[in-house]
Design a protein around this ligand. Structure first.
Ligand SMILES: CCCCCCC/C=C/C(=O)SCCNC(=O)CCNC(=O)[C@H](O)C(C)(C)COP(=O)(O)OP(=O)(O)OC[C@H]1O[C@@H](n2cnc3c(N)ncnc32)[C@H](O)[C@@H]1OP(=O)(O)O
Length: 717
């Protein structure tokens, strides 16, 4: 796990623990013993520490967290470096992160390749840099830089790190060769002043104002996430305590944090995020065996909000796009939107003006579907009407080359039905982007019963290539994301009907950590879209949406949203919705007395006496109704694993990452409690079928199986 060789007077110690050279127990032992070996070899005058393969060590082995840490720790390796009596050079390529960077900070010198990056990302997994980082970095780069790096986990490119003295020299070529050359230059030279523990932190007199400013920033963005605050404390220890005492204090804090639910959730999310690319189809095809098709040209049908957002996502990843609309007027409007989204990207520094220009020049347009005869892949993004989509897919089937893949950006409709309108159902797949599609990273890919593994592999690969987080699910109304969101939106309305205020519900869920409460989300998305589909659904059943409707198709129904739409209150875009806005399109909102009156009149007309609704009830009814649906989704095999569901929620709805996602959150509360509360609400609200408890949840509530085994258990149900 650690290689050792000598080149003249220089000993090279190379960590060899693929894929990322994590500092597992055996690696730490190897480093420690090989440092001893170099110390005892009189012919060795300097030492280079590096990583084999793709990277310098990226930190502690996260798999080992939760076990009792075995010595030597990273700090023991560090102390050995400091006291070696010979200069030690860290030669960094790839990423030097966490414990990896901490070891480098204990070294006397650090060199790096230009494309290397360094950082202390412990905060992102709910921890602090207890291996010495919080003590050493302030002594090298100063308190201000240490605060920024450690509380955000940001990785710095080598050139920026050099600006802050973290890297002594940026070198090109072979990193080991460069390391040896550097070592030859510094051997036999004094290096005691390079041992950071003997320095005092730069900017220590400004600790208080820096701390206050950082804490203010953390408060604004953290939404109940504790680790950044602990990181601030760990850096303050570098000023307040002698070096070894600071280390000891930080180790105690690290051990406490490790036991916290937030650290467990963040580490779960880290691995969940990596597991989603390991997809499997019920028919047996999977990520390891399926080969993606090469995609060079893509066409997007529909230049509305979704179509233009998808177009920008593709263009900015370097794909040429052929944008299609039914007439020139819509097309022109779409092109303008694409241009302004690209300009917005330049303003937000997502890309340079030059890149935006390049992207823009890769856009072509047409109003003629025949022009799609040579594209490799089509993404349809038109209205959510099945007959319209069927018509488009049947035309595409005739026009496009036989190997072209046909994707639908539907958020709700049955992929099998869309596929059935073609003679190539194996090449039809759902690619559900989230709005705004050029920003939101989730891409919910949906396979139909005939979708081939090759087609799935192609869209999963495409998602990664355009910087999205692609998650694969099966088909059912609303798939995973919208199916789980639906009961939550309904519960929010029912809570208002029963006595809560929209702003109260929004506040409770924002305090929980959601980026926006459900009523603000409704206003942002525009109430008219849901209203139209509810009216369509009613028409389909031969019903009309009336003012005093309390049941719809046998289910409890709340017509408050319809009443707002009747008044033209569609949300932000019309300047009024659940809130009022200072002008149409503005985000500046205020509570609207008219809405409060409307709600009161609605309750009066139905004879509902408003009651006080607690925070606990709001949280439970919103979160648990979605979680119950999540278990049904698992039970039906729509999602293969709870990890898939959680990643959908982290990236599609901004569910707080420090809770891991709704399924992990449920596991932390305890499935017995979640199940009991769902049964309680089922008893109270028998006319809302979303409270019918999931069978899988019921089973798991008795067995309390760890989340990693849920999927296995469900396959045995
Ligand atoms: C009381 C004792 C005190 C102890 C103090 C200890 C102090 C030290 C703490 C730490 O160091 S915490 C760890 C800090 N480091 C990180 O958080 C790095 C996390 N990793 C990444 O950010 C990325 O993986 C990467 C290194 C930037 C590489 O990204 P890339 O996209 O190239 O590859 P991935 O698909 O992400 O990863 C490949 C593969 O490697 C696994 N992996 C990555 N990092 C770790 C790790 N730190 N430990 C274990 N495994 C890791 C990852 O899960 C992938 O595995 P597979 O999915 O391929 O199985």
């Amino acid at each position: 796990m650690v290689d050792y060789w000598r080149q003249g007077s220089v000993a090279v110690i190379a960590v060899n623990n693929p894929p990322v050279n994590a500092l597992s127990y055996n690696v730490r032992v190897g480093l420690y013993n090989n440092l001893d070996k170099a110390a005892n070899d009189r012919d060795v005058l300097a030492v280079v520490i590096c990583g084999k393969g793709r990277t310098f060590p990226v930190g502690a082995d996260i798999h080992e967290f939760g076990q009792i840490p075995k010595e030597p720790w990273i700090t023991d390796v560090g102390r050995k470096i400091e006291s070696l009596g010979k200069p030690v050079i860290a030669a960094i390529h790839g990423t030097g992160l966490g414990g990896g960077l901490e070891i480098a900070l204990f070294c006397h010198y650090r060199i790096a390749l230009p494309n290397a990056r360094v950082g202390l990302p412990e905060v992102l997994i709910g921890l602090l840099p207890a291996g010495g980082g919080a003590q050493l970095l302030p002594r090298l780069a100063g308190i201000q830089v240490a605060m920024e790096m450690i509380t955000t986990g940001r990785q710095l490119p080598a050139s920026e790190a050099a600006k802050y003295n973290i890297i002594d020299k940026v070198v090109s070529g072979d990193i080991v060769k460069e390391g040896i050359e550097f070592a030859l230059r510094v051997q036999n030279k004094p290096f005691q002043d390079k041992i950071l523990r003997y320095r005092s932190p730069h900017g220590k007199d400004s600790l208080q104002p820096i701390t206050e400013a950082v804490l203010r920033k953390i408060k604004m963005r953290s939404r109940g996430f504790y680790a950044p605050v602990w990181c601030v404390r760990s850096i303050a220890n570098s000023v307040k305590l002698p070096f070894e005492e600071g280390l000891a204090q930080n180790r105690i804090m690290f051990q406490q944090m490790q036991l916290s639910g937030q650290a467990k959730a963040l580490q779960y999310a880290f691995f969940a995020e990596r597991s989603i690319s390991k997809w499997k189809l019920p028919c047996g095809g999977n990520f390891a065996t399926a080969v993606p098709r090469k995609i060079k040209t893509i066409s997007v049908i529909g230049a509305g909000t979704m179509g233009t957002g998808i177009t920008v996502a593709l263009l900015s990843a370097g794909f040429p796009v052929l944008l299609v609309e039914q007439n020139k007027r819509f097309l022109m409007k779409g092109v303008q939107t694409v241009q302004s989204l690209l300009e917005g990207g330049v303003k937000r520094r997502k890309f340079t003006a030059e890149q935006a220009k390049m992207a823009s020049s890769s856009l072509t347009t047409t109003v003629d579907l025949q022009a799609l005869n040579s594209v490799d892949l089509v993404i349809e993004a038109v209205f959510e009407t099945l007959s319209l989509k069927e018509d488009i897919f049947s035309k595409l089937d005739k026009i496009c080359k036989p190997e072209a893949i046909l994707c639908s950006n539907t958020s709700y409709l049955n992929i099998d039905k869309i596929a059935a309108s073609t003679r190539r159902p194996d090449k039809v797949v759902g690619t559900h982007f989230f709005s705004p599609a050029h920003i939101m990273r989730l891409m919910e890919n949906i396979y139909g019963c005939k979708t081939s593994p090759e087609t799935v592999a192609t869209v999963m690969d495409l998602g990664k290539r355009i910087g999205k987080v692609p998650v694969l699910v099966g088909t059912c109304p609303g798939f995973c994301a919208n199916r789980m969101n639906r009961p939550q939106s309904e519960e929010a309305l029912f809570l208002v009907e029963e006595g809560a205020q929209p702003e109260q519900i929004d506040q409770v869920l924002e305090d929980f950590g959601m980026p926006m409460g459900p009523f603000k989300v409704r206003d942002l998305a525009g109430g008219d879209i849901g209203w139209r589909s509810r009216k369509d659904a009613a028409l389909h059943l031969g019903l009309t949406l009336s003012y005093d409707l309390q049941f719809f198709n046998g289910e409890r129904y709340c017509s408050l949203a319809d009443k707002l739409c009747e008044l033209g209150r569609f949300g932000q875009k019309t300047g009024s919705g659940w809130y009022s806005y200072d002008k149409p399109g503005s985000k500046q909102l205020s509570i609207d007395e008219d809405v409060t009156k409307l709600i009161q009149n609605h309750r009066d007309s139905l004879g509902i006496k408003p009651r006080k609704i607690t925070t606990q009830e709001i949280q439970e009814r919103f979160l648990f109704s979605g979680i119950n649906e999540g278990f049904k989704i698992l039970e039906e095999g729509i999602a293969a694993r709870p990890e898939d569901i959680d990643i959908i929620w982290l990236y599609g709805f901004g569910f707080p990452r420090h809770y891991g996602g709704p399924m992990f959150y449920a596991s932390q509360i305890g499935l017995k409690r979640v199940y009991d509360r769902i049964c309680h609400y089922h008893e109270l609200f028998p006319y809302s079928s979303h409270w019918m408890p999931s069978k899988l949840l019921q089973k798991l509530s008795i067995q309390e199986v760890p989340i990693g085994q849920w999927a296995e258990l469900h396959s045995k149900l």
